[in-house]
Structures are given as C-alpha cells and as structure tokens.
Design a binder for this molecule. Structure first.
Ligand code: NKO
Length: 198
C-alpha cells in the first residue's frame, strides 16, 4: 500500500476513536449521548461528568487531530497531504467508523490539527474561544466564532491557499455540526457551561 493511503486510513481511523463515549462508559459508566447536549465532546463531558472528564477527553480528542497531521508529515511529508490527514481526522471524529458515521463536532480535534498546521493562528483562535466562553458562558458560541476566525487568520497571516481552504472547509464543517446549538442560541435555550460536581 502506498504511504499516502496508509496515512489517510490511519488519520480517519484515529479520528474515529470516540474518546468521550468510550471513556465516559469505561470510567464514569455513563453514555454521554443520553445526557446534556447528547454530544460526545469535551464540553458535554465537563457538563455531565465533571472537570476531570472534560479535560481528559479534550486532551485525547486534541491528540488524535495533532497525531494525524504528524503521521501525514512523517509518511508523506507535503503540506497538502498534512492538511488532508487533518481533515480526515476531523471527519473521522464527526462521522466515526465506530458510531455508524455519527460523532462529535470537531472542535477539539480541529484545534489539534491546527496546532500542527498553523500554530500561531491556533493559539489565537483558542484565546478567542476562551474569551467568548468566559464572557458569554456559551461554549458553542465560542466554538462557532473561533472556527469562523480560522480562514480569516490564515489569510491575514499570509498562509498559502491550501491552508486558507483548509480553514474555510473546517469552519463550515464545524459550524454545520453546531446546527442544533445555533437553534438553541437563537431561541434562548442554549445552556451555559457549568462543570458537574463529582
Ligand atoms: O455539548 O453541544 P455542546 O454544548 O466540546 O458542545 C459544544 C462544543 C463542542 O466542542 C467541544 C470541544 C471543546 C474543546 C474546547 C477547547 C478548544 C477551543 C478551541 C476552538 C478552536 C476551534 C477551531 C478549530 C478549527 C480547525 O462547541
């Protein structure tokens, strides 16, 4: 098999690993899909299972994004293919092989991908996310605005076209994955973030 195919398959497979669901079940005996926002991401883990769950699931979801881009760089080595691996990790997270092609919203995995592809914009979107979540209490709003800033920052910071296109694609994908959050934000029923006491 060509190294491109291996890197692509591994990235999708890595992205597919549903850390939130599996860890939630194994350690906290809880199926995140039956609680809170029903999402398997770090935010719903924080909300449902507490801070330790939220942070560890964030780190694991982040790591699979970063690791996929790293695999792309080691096995193939071109920036374009590193971007392909990153996209496949995000798609794997949201359309998981293990969850009948369902899954999360791609935020933590997307940040892991970004750290490897564009470290400075990654730091900036993380700060934008943090400020918005602190100010409004809505994680989804922070994620949506932060995602929208990715292509803008890539363009402003003179990244090549494939990076700007990656940003556009990732932003649209993440925003679409937040469609139910957008509905709740608009009708005032989105819940503000609070960690479960454990
Ligand atoms: O349960 O629907 P919910 O309220 O949980 O969750 C909404 C939330 C889903 O996402 C997550 C992951 C949270 C990770 C938080 C730290 C990362 C912040 C960085 C944002 C940058 C995103 C842009 C990456 C694009 C490639 O939204």
């Amino acid at each position: 098999m060509s190294s491109m195919l291996i890197a692509a398959l591994l990235s999708y497979l890595l992205g597919s690993i549903p850390n939130g669901l599996w860890l939630g079940k194994a350690i906290w005996h809880t199926d995140l899909r039956e609680h809170g926002s029903h999402n398997i991401g770090a935010t719903n883990a924080w909300r449902t299972l507490g801070k330790a769950a939220g942070i560890s699931i964030f780190l694991l979801d982040f790591a699979k994004g970063a690791l996929s881009v790293y695999l792309g760089s080691v096995l193939v080595g071109t920036p374009a293919f590193m971007i392909v691996c990153g996209i496949l990790a995000i798609v794997g997270h949201s359309c998981s092989l293990f969850l009948k092609f369902k899954g999360g919203k791609g935020v933590a995995t997307g940040l892991g991908v970004m750290v490897m592809l564009m470290p400075l914009p990654a730091l900036l979107v993380f700060l934008i996310w943090l400020i918005l979540v602190k100010l409004t209490g809505y994680v989804s709003l922070g994620s949506i605005v932060a995602a929208a800033c990715v292509p803008l920052l890539a363009w402003l910071m003179n990244y090549d076209l494939p990076f700007i296109l990656f940003g556009l694609l990732a932003a649209v994908f993440i925003i679409v994955r937040h469609h139910s959050n957008i509905g709740r934000l608009l009708n005032g029923t989105e819940s503000k973030i609070q960690a479960a006491k454990r």
